[in-house]
Write a protein that binds this ligand. Sequence first.
Ligand SMILES: [Zn+2]
Length: 377
Amino acid sequence: MSETSAIAFGEKLLALLGTGSFTTSYKYALLLAMLDAVVEETHPDGTPPEHLSGRDLGRRVFALYWRQARPYTERGPLRQSRQRDLVVKIAELRERLGVSAHEPLDVVRRKRPADIVQLEQEVVATVMRYPIVLLQRFGTGSSAIDDRFIYDVTWDDGVSPAQVQRAGFDDRLRLVDGAASHLAALNGLIRPVIEREWLLHVARRNEGDVDELRLEAFLFGSERSSLAALRQPLLEMQQGRCFYCRGERGPWEVDHFLPWARWPDDRLDNLVLADRRCNNDKRAALPALTHLERWWQRTLPDTDGDRNLALVAERLQWPRRPERTAAGARGLYRYQPPGTMLWAGTGRVEAFDPRQLEGVFVGLRLAAEPRPGYGES
Ligand SMILES: [Zn+2]
């Protein structure tokens, strides 16, 4: 990747955020979903994906809003558009199903699959029809320009929900050469900018009700309170020691091994127990390769780590998708440029050497899961 073209790509993305005819927050949701998907869909040898599934992006968008549709004040969820929007529909569905606003989507899906799928399909159809088709439009009205610098698709904004759901429908976004690697490489820089724009969008529609720091944590933070349930089981798995420094003293905190700010993944395989000192020092940095190696071993199929995680997931009904989390890890590390400072321990960093990655990523179970999207009914 040439530096100039990455910068030019980044500039266009920034321009997208400030333009277009969007009156809803779908644009931001789609961009975040694309960042996640590109990292996760990176091939095992490190080559970027050639296409993304529109249906998969739609499902990711649904998952993003699922969290945001929690009540913000006693008056309920925050408004994200002028119409009766997705956030309202999710809140209504939860009420009808009698599930708490803090239950993760994966958990509710297991209990009431048909109800979830129905709303999800509606969202997928909307995402395919509007944000995916209109995202790369600069300006508004008759002077708008379509510049498909990220992807191209075969459908337009006339596509119907029935067409989108048809088994043979080609839902692929064909990524323009270089776009996937630009997105993945710029992930750490672009993500906070998109989140900021989304936050301002919501703040403007809920004047008087919002405090920015609280709003940021509400929209994009992880659900810290529910993570507490994992402290004891993880402590047992780690024989009473901090995952990073092996200290035995605590106080204990559940840590996202792959930092939440780069890859928002609350599923069990991404969670480790750390003492507060390590957790506070690590923050949004990627852990050094020695940590990565131990963590990676834990998610390999048919190991003690894997069996223990499976038991915890079963007992606490905590979502687990080891192959997805592993793919995310691979994608995140694959795109780090040499020399990136990885977090090694309190006050210690280590310059990243990509050649050392090869020995780490072995035994992955990616083959166990079909890739989502294309041709799927
Ligand atoms: Zn520690």
